[in-house]
Design a protein around this ligand. Structure first.
Ligand code: HEM
Length: 448
C-alpha cells in the first residue's frame, strides 16, 4: 500500500495532489499529496482546521483514550496536554535521564547480548524491539522490563500492547467491528482483554511508585526522573490522587510508549539495514565513531546518515488529517469538509523534485555542506519537505531525544560490530514492531 500509493503520486501524478483515491465503502474521500507547500498548509498555516481523522479516532479510542495523541489540535485540551508533556519531556532532568537510561541499556544489555551472540545469525529486529521496549518503558515509568535477555523472555505487557495496536489498526479495514464490539465477541473481545491486561500492568507499577513514595525502583540508576515521576512531582499531593488521576497517568504512559517504541525501533532497524548495504558509508561512519577526539555531538556524518536512512525509510510513512471546513490547498486542490488529506512522507523522501535524480542512493553527503571556513556542517531541511517528525505545532515532542538515542546506539554498535545481512533484501515494511514481522536476520561480526 505504501509503495503503490507512492508510485501513484510520483510517477503518474508527479508532484500534484491526487484526489481520485477513494477507499471503497468509506464515506470520506482522501487526497494524497507529496507537496511541501501543502504539507506546511495542513500542519501549520491551517493547523486549526485539520484534525486527526474521525476513523482513526474511532478505531483507536480505547487504546489511546482522551490523551495527547487523539486530543484535537487547536482545542484547549490538546494545548494543555501538549504543555504538560512538553514541559516534562523537554526538561533538562528528563533529557539527562533518558540518555542515562539509553547508555545504561546499551552497555549493560545490548552490547553484552551482541558479544555473546557473535558469529551466529540473530534477528536484529527482535533484539532492537526488546531493547527499545526496555529503554522507552524505563524512560516513561522508571521500571525495568528486562525484555532483552539471552533467554528471550515473554513480557505480558509487550504482547498485549502489540496485539492491542494491531487489533485497533485492523478495525480500519473491518466493516463489522462495531457490531462485534456491541456483542463483545471475536477480535473485539480480545482487544478489550488485551487493553485491560496492559492497563492493569501499568496500574500496578503506578501503585508501587506511589507506595514507595517515589523511592528508587532500581538501585543501579537514579530512576526517579522518569516521565511519570515528573508528573507526580508536579502535584505535591500525590497521596490525595484519586483513581481518575491514576487512569490519566496510565493514558499518558500509553501515549508516550506508543509514540516512542515503534518509531525508535523502525529508525534503528532501517539505519542498520541501510548501512550494511552501503559499505562506503559504513567505512566513513566507522572512521568517525572510532575517532576518540570526537564527542558524539560532533559526529555529523553519522548524524547525516541517520537522516538519510529516515528519508528513504521513514518510521511513520504517512500522515493523514481531516478537514473540518472546506479549504483549498496551495497547489489549487479543493478540499471539501470531511476529506482526509494524506501527506506521503515515504513518497516525499523518494521524490526527484525534492532530492534530485540520485534520490535512490543512500548518500549522507546530501545532508552536509562546507562552510566558508571549510568546516563540514549539517544541512537541515524544513519539516515540511522532510516531515519525518511531523511539523508545525504538533511536531514530534521526542525528536531531539530520539535522535540522540539513535546516535548513541549507532555509534556503540558500529564501533564494535559489523552486521552482515543473512537474508535476501526485503521490501520496506512499515509494520514496525508487529509480532508477525519476519525479522531482519544478520550475522554479528566483531570488528578487528
Ligand atoms: C525516530 C523516532 C521518532 C519519529 C520518526 C517520530 C515521529 C513522530 C511523528 C510523525 C509524530 C506525529 C504523529 C501524528 O500526530 O500522527 C510524532 C508525534 C509525537 N512523538 Fe514522535 N517520533 C519519534 C520518537 C519519539 C520518541 C522517542 C518520543 C518520546 C519521548 C516521541 C514522542 C512523541 C509525542 C508525545 C508525539 C505527539 C505530539 C502531539 O500530538 O502533540 N516521539 N512523532
Amino acid at each position: 500500500m505504501i509503495q503503490w500509493t507512492a508510485e501513484l503520486l510520483l510517477v503518474n501524478n508527479n508532484y500534484k495532489s491526487c484526489s481520485f483515491l477513494r477507499f471503497p465503502l468509506r464515506r470520506h474521500p482522501h487526497i494524497l499529496t507529496a507537496n511541501p507547500a501543502n504539507v506546511q498548509h495542513i500542519l501549520k498555516t491551517r493547523f486549526d482546521i485539520y484534525q486527526k481523522t474521525t476513523s482513526f479516532r474511532a478505531t483507536h479510542q480505547e487504546l489511546y483514550r482522551d490523551n495527547l495523541f487523539l486530543a484535537e489540535g487547536g482545542q484547549q485540551r490538546w494545548r494543555k496536554l501538549r504543555q504538560l508533556f512538553g514541559h516534562q519531556v523537554n526538561s533538562r532532568s528528563f533529557l539527562k535521564y533518558a540518555m542515562l537510561v539509553t547508555e545504561n541499556e546499551v552497555s549493560n544489555r545490548l552490547l553484552p547480548f551482541l558479544i555473546s551472540n557473535t558469529a551466529i545469525v540473530v534477528d536484529l529486529h527482535d533484539i532492537l524491539r526488546r531493547f527499545t521496549y526496555d529503554v522507552v518503558f524505563r524512560m516513561v515509568l522508571g521500571h525495568d522490563l528486562a525484555y532483552l535477555s539471552n533467554n528471550f523472555p515473554q513480557t505480558k505487557f509487550a504482547d498485549s500492547f502489540e496485539y492491542a495496536k494491531e487489533l485497533s489498526w485492523m478495525r480500519l479495514f473491518s466493516l463489522t467491528w462495531k457490531a462485534k464490539r456491541f456483542l463483545n465477541m471475536g477480535s473485539e473481545k480480545r482487544l478489550g482483554l488485551e487493553i485491560s491486561e496492559m492497563r492493569e500492568f501499568l496500574r500496578q507499577i503506578m501503585r508501587r511508585k506511589k507506595e514507595a513514595g517515589r523511592r528508587l525502583l532500581d538501585q543501579n540508576i537514579n530512576d526517579n526522573d522518569d516521565f511519570i515521576s515528573g508528573l507526580l512531582l508536579m502535584n505535591n499531593n500525590n497521596d490525595q490522587r484519586d483513581d481518575d488521576d491514576e487512569e490519566i497517568l496510565i493514558d499518558a504512559s500509553i501515549n508516550l510508549i506508543l509514540a516512542g517504541v515503534e518509531t525508535l525501533l523502525a529508525a534503528l532497524k532501517w539505519f542498520f539495514l541501510s548501512v550494511s548495504r552501503n559499505p562506503n558509508v559504513e567505512d566513513k561512519i566507522v572512521k568517525e565513531v572510532k575517532d576518540e577526539r570526537k564527542d558524539i555531538r560532533d559526529m555529523i556524518y553519522t548524524h547525516a546518515s541517520i537522516f538519510e536512512s529516515m528519508r528513504l525509510y521513514p518510521p511513520v510513512p504517512l500522515g493523514g488529517l481531516e478537514a473540518t471546513q472546506d479549504d483549498v490547498l496551495p497547489d489549487g486542490t479543493n478540499v471539501n469538509m470531511g476529506t482526509t488529506v494524506i501527506f506521503h512522507t515515504y513518497a516525499m523522501g523518494r521524490s526527484p523534485e525534492l532530492w534530485g535524480n540520485d534520490w535512490p542512493e543512500f548518500r549522507p553527503e546530501r545532508w552536509l555542506k562546507r562552510t566558508e571556513e571549510n568546516h563540514e556542517t549539517f544541512l537541515a531541511r524544513d519539516s515540511y519537505t522532510y516531515p519525518v517528525f511531523h511539523g508545525g505545532p504538533r511536531i514530534c515532542l521526542g525528536k531531539e531525544i530520539a535522535l540522540a538515542q539513535i546516535k548513541t546506539v549507532a555509534t556503540a554498535i558500529l564501533r564494535r560490530f559489523h552486521m552482515v545481512p543473512a537474508m535476501e533484501e526485503k521490501d520496506y515494511e512499515p509494520l514496525y514492531s508487529s509480532p508477525s514481522s519476519d525479522g531482519f536476520l544478520v550475522k554479528v561480526v566483531h570488528r578487528n
